[in-house]
Design a protein around this ligand. Structure first.
Ligand code: AMP
Length: 281
């Protein structure tokens, strides 16, 4: 396994791989790798000949400096995990090579980037589309694997790849969960044991909405009220939002239907957890 820390070296490696007829698979991450990330790595391996994992905590996509500073950084264990999963290249660029003095060009998503997470975290998705474009340009992937865990991010990246004719196949991987149902996330490491126990309310509220929909409730506001009531039972949780949106437009319909996605964000102390599921899951 090799580790590369700048776009030029990464590009040279990938172009050489393409000349040798190899399909390059990319898994973009911000590190603090867990079993969810590693499932994406395995998925990429099944679709490509060589696998690149990028590790970069992207300052451009954080709306709060405190969140950026507190984001877990575990490069040594990440490198060991990648080596153990037969990753070919870890691309871990330093911020100064990604955003050198004078950097000013960005990629801005359209309407999909303004709602939900984009409304809660202004500028977040512009940071994501910009860094993913840079990661694609550096790694030249044949295929890139993203998690359903970040459902809106996936929708925006699919849209960007289509709109800007990027020659990469985007593949989704289902959300990997702890045994109690909590979606794995690098941010879970920042929860206290009490908050971690309380966080099970997040998959519970999604299950509540799914069950109610199955029982025939289709009013989005009624479904939201049920979710709020579920979170209200957990004193360590602070409900931020729950939305039921059309999977392709991310707009809330008049009444929920089978193509809807349920997306939520809940706070535990200063840790914000997001999760989502298909309403028919
Ligand atoms: P992150 O390091 O949080 O930016 O995530 C990097 C990639 O891993 C993104 O495509 C995420 O959607 C994906 N990911 C993160 N957590 C999970 C999970 N629990 N299950 C599946 N994919 C995940």
């Amino acid at each position: 396994m090799i580790v590369l820390d700048n776009p030029a070296a990464m590009q040279a490696w990938s172009l050489d791989a393409h000349h040798r007829g190899l399909r390059v698979g990319l898994v973009p991450t911000m590190g603090a790798l867990h079993a969810g990330h590693l499932a994406l790595v395995e998925h990429a391996r099944s679709l490509a000949d060589v696998v690149v994992v990028s590790i970069f905590v992207n300052p451009l996509q954080f709306d709060r400096n405190a969140d950026f500073d507190a984001y877990p950084r575990t490069m040594d264990t990440d490198l060991a995990a990648c080596a153990a999963h037969d990753v070919d290249v870890v691309y871990a660029p330093v911020a100064s090579t990604m955003y050198p003095v004078g950097f000013q060009t960005t990629v801005t998503p359209g309407a999909l980037g303004d709602v939900l997470e984009g409304a809660a975290r202004p500028g977040h998705f512009k940071g994501v589309t910009t860094v993913v474009t840079k990661l694609f340009n550096a790694t030249q992937p044949t295929v890139a694997v993203f998690g359903d865990k970040d459902f809106q991010q996936l929708a925006i990246i699919r849209r960007m790849v289509s709109d800007l004719d990027m020659p990469v196949r985007v593949v989704a991987h289902p959300t990997v969960r702890d045994p109690d149902g909590l979606a794995m996330s690098s941010r879970n490491a920042r929860l206290t044991p009490e908050q971690r126990a309380a966080a099970v309310v997040v998959p519970l509220l999604l299950a509540t909405v799914r069950r109610a929909y199955r029982d025939g409730i289709t009013s989005c506001s009624a479904l939201r009220e049920l979710a709020i009531a579920t979170v209200a039972n957990e004193p360590l949780a602070r409900f931020e939002h729950l939305d039921i949106v059309d999977s392709s437009t991310l707009v809330e319909p008049d009444v929920a239907h089978d193509q809807c996605r349920v997306v939520t964000a809940v706070w535990f102390g200063d840790v914000r957890l997001i999760d989502n599921c298909a309403i028919t899951d």
